[in-house]
Design a protein around this ligand. Structure first.
Ligand code: TRP
Ligand code: SF4
Length: 367
C-alpha cells in the first residue's frame, strides 16, 4: 500500500520532500515569476510546494482576473495555524487577487458531527478574525456551504457522475457517505468560481495546508472531465507546512495547551511559551559550548512563521547556534513579540466586531 494523506485524520507530516516525490507536488523553488511572491512564507519555504502556480501567476501578470479560494471548518477561536491561511489571503489580495472563503459547515456537520448552531457561530467568528488579521472584506467574499444557491449543489450532483468509488478510495482510503459528500462538496467549492454565474474566474488558486492535497487532486481530475461540458480548467494550489504545536506535535484545538489561540490572554501565552519544546541543551554550560539546535525548536518555529524580520531572524539563528543566547532569554523575546502581535490582533478584532455588519458580508444559513 502506498503513502496516503487522509485529510480527515491528519497527523503530523514532516517529510515534505517525500510529498513532493510521491504526490507530484512541485517544489516552490522553481516557480517562474517568483518575484511576485514577495512574502516571507515563500522566501522561507513555509509554503514549500504547489501545483500549477506558474499558470496562475502568469495570468496575474498578464492582468487577467484571478481568484483565490480557500476554506475552514471552524470550531472554536482560530489558532496560529489557521492564521497562516489568513496571512496568505491577505498577501494574495495585496497582489491583486479576488478572494473567496468557504466556511465548511456542511463538512463539519457530516464528518465532524458538529452541532449546526455552534458551527455557524464559530464560522462567523472566523470571518471576524480573518478581517482582523488583515483580510480586506471589500475585496473578499465569504460563504457557508449550506447557504449556497442550488446551482452550486447541482455541481455536486454532476460531479458524482464522473467519479468512481475505486478512484476515491485510492485517494482517501476508507470512505463513508459523509466523506464522499464532503469531498464532492469541496470540489464544488474549488471549481464553482469558474462558472459565469459565480464570477467566471478562470484562474483559481487554492492555498491550503498540505493535508488538503487529496481534495485538490480530485478537483483537478474532475475539472479535466468537465472541460467539455462546463468549460472547467484545473485549479492551481499552494501548500504550506503545518505549524507545529508548542510540544512539537500537531497544533490542534484538541490539544489547547500546546496551541496559541488568537484570543489567548497574556498570562496564558506566557505559560505556554515557558513550557515550549526548544532546541536547547541539557545545561547552560553545554549550550554555551555546543550552541542550540534551532531546527528542533518550537520557539524558533514561531519566529520564522510569524515573529521576526529577515535580519532579526538571522541574528537569532547565529546567536542560538553559537551559544550566545540561552533559551530562557530567547523565550522572553519570543513572548514579547508574540504578545505584541496578539495585542494588535485583539484590538483589530474588537474594531471589526464593532464596525462590521456581518449580515452584509455573509449570508447565514437558515437551518
Ligand atoms: N476541508 C477543509 C478543512 O478541513 C475545509 C474546506 C472546505 C476547504 N472546502 C474547501 C478548504 C475548499 C480549501 C478549499 O478545513
Ligand atoms: Fe530555540 Fe532560542 Fe533556545 Fe535557540 S536559544 S533553541 S532559538 S529557544
Amino acid at each position: 500500500m502506498g503513502v496516503r494523506i487522509d485529510p480527515w485524520d491528519y497527523r503530523l507530516v514532516q517529510e515534505y520532500d517525500k510529498l513532493i516525490t510521491v504526490f507530484g507536488i512541485q517544489p516552490i523553488d522553481n516557480v517562474e515569476h517568483y518575484e511576485l511572491l514577495n512574502h516571507h512564507f515563500f522566501k522561507r519555504r513555509i509554503v514549500f510546494g504547489h501545483r500549477d502556480l506558474d499558470k496562475w501567476l502568469e495570468a496575474l501578470r498578464k492582468g487577467e482576473r484571478v481568484a483565490v479560494l480557500t476554506g475552514f471548518m471552524p470550531s472554536g477561536t482560530p489558532h496560529l495555524g489557521t492564521a497562516m491561511v489568513f496571512e496568505e489571503l491577505k498577501f494574495f489580495q495585496s497582489i491583486g487577487a479576488h478572494v473567496k472563503v468557504v466556511i465548511a459547515d456542511a463538512e463539519a456537520y457530516a464528518v465532524r458531527r458538529e452541532d449546526r448552531e455552534t458551527t455557524i457561530k464559530w464560522g462567523l467568528e472566523f470571518i471576524k478574525h480573518a478581517i482582523a488579521w488583515g483580510v480586506d472584506p471589500e475585496r473578499a467574499e465569504f460563504y457557508f456551504q449550506t447557504a449556497m444557491r442550488d446551482s452550486y449543489y447541482r455541481l455536486i450532483q454532476m460531479f458524482s457522475r464522473k467519479v468512481t468509488l475505486a478512484e476515491m478510495e485510492a485517494i482517501y482510503g476508507d470512505l463513508s457517505p459523509a466523506k464522499v459528500m464532503s469531498a464532492l462538496t469541496q470540489v464544488a467549492d474549488i471549481l464553482h468560481l469558474q462558472l459565469d454565474e459565480f464570477g467566471g474566474y478562470r484562474y483559481v488558486l487554492v492555498p491550503v495546508g498540505v493535508d488538503q492535497d487529496p481534495h485538490i487532486r480530485l478537483a483537478r481530475d474532475v475539472a479535466d472531465r468537465f472541460e467539455g461540458e462546463l468549460g472547467l480548467k484545473r485549479p492551481s494550489s499552494t501548500y504550506h507546512k503545518l505549524l507545529r504545536g508548542l510540544d512539537g506535535n500537531k497544533m490542534s484545538k484538541s490539544r489547547p495547551d500546546f496551541a496559541i489561540f488568537l484570543d489567548d490572554d497574556e498570562d496564558v501565552v506566557k505559560k505556554k511559551i515557558a513550557m515550549a519544546l526548544t532546541g536547547g541543551r541539557a545545561t547552560a554550560e553545554e549550550q554555551r559550548r555546543l550552541g542550540g539546535e534551532p531546527w528542533k525548536c518550537m520557539v524558533y518555529e514561531l519566529y520564522t512563521y510569524f515573529l521576526l524580520s529577515d535580519e532579526e531572524l538571522k541574528e537569532i539563528t547565529e546567536s542560538c547556534v553559537k551559544g550566545g543566547i540561552l533559551c530562557g532569554e530567547c523565550k522572553r523575546l519570543a513572548y514579547s513579540k508574540l504578545v505584541e502581535k496578539l495585542r494588535e490582533h485583539k484590538k483589530r478584532y474588537k474594531e471589526a466586531s464593532e464596525k462590521i455588519n456581518l449580515d452584509s458580508i455573509v449570508k447565514t444559513p437558515s437551518f
